[in-house]
Design a protein around this ligand. Structure first.
Ligand code: SF4
Length: 238
């Protein structure tokens, strides 16, 4: 996984390591990534309803590295408060990225209903673009994707190639119940909107509370077929 291999050899090595890590704990998977990639490991967190587990693991295994938070300008105030609370409690260093164009100017330029008309444009400019410089320098990227979150995520591997990057998903095998149990066992507070049935929390214009029987991410871009912001997009996960 040092980039000196041919593409095929690299993919095979990655697949073997991923298979081995199926039997490891989430903490062991994260430790493997920290050991393998060091400071070239990127960790972004939305500080959403499910983020506490990975943030806690990060505080145990990689506290010396920053947590990257993208403040699109459209987030719930509860998310910003939760970010500050968890960062304090877990001793994390949070680095905040913001889009080049301020929120008000963006809305004035593209219209109040830009998210309804063109959510990909909005995510592209407000979420993906601010991260681009860090992403270009990273060798690997940790995120909290889990297989049971939605159909689009049911095949996530622990390690996946994504162009020149390695995607690392230490929580891939955890269920919603595992997450709840972990948060309780480690006394990690809940995002304040969870009690109002928000189980996957993104920007305010694009997130609604869940109804009975819906999967965890059904409240995101609920008016459209969009299921992912594009940060974690592979084919089928967009
Ligand atoms: S989630 Fe919605 S508001 Fe946030 S960047 Fe994407 S389209 Fe814009």
């Amino acid at each position: 996984m040092n980039g000196a291999h041919s593409g095929d050899a690299h993919s095979r090595e990655l697949a073997r390591a991923s298979e081995r890590l199926e039997r490891a704990t989430p903490a062991e998977r994260l430790a493997f990534a920290v050991e393998t990639f060091g400071e070239d490991l990127l960790f972004t967190s939305s500080f959403g309803a499910q983020s506490g587990v990975l943030l806690h693991l990060w505080s145990q295994v990689a506290r010396h590295l920053p947590v990257i938070f993208i403040d699109t300008g459209f987030l719930f105030p509860e998310t910003l408060a939760y970010r500050d609370q968890l960062a304090r409690q877990l001793g994390l260093t949070v680095r905040v990225l913001r889009p080049d164009v301020a929120n008000d100017d963006f809305v004035a330029r593209y219209g109040e209903d830009v998210q309804r008309r063109d959510p990909d444009l909005c995510c592209g400019l407000n979420k993906i673009a601010p991260l681009a410089p860090l992403r270009a320098r990273a060798r690997a990227w940790v995120s909290g994707l889990r297989r049971d979150q939605s159909r689009a995520r049911q095949d996530v591997a622990i390690l996946e190639p994504d162009g020149p990057l390695v995607r690392v998903h230490p929580l891939a095998t955890l269920t919603t119940a595992d997450v709840a149990q972990y948060l309780e066992a480690h006394a990690i507070p809940q995002h304040p909107l969870v009690s109002r049935r928000y189980l996957s929390i993104g920007c305010a214009p694009c997130t609604r509370a869940l109804e009975d029987g819906e999967d965890e991410r059904a409240g995101r871009w609920a008016w459209s077929n969009k299921t992912e912001c594009g940060l974690h997009g592979r084919e089928g996960r967009r």
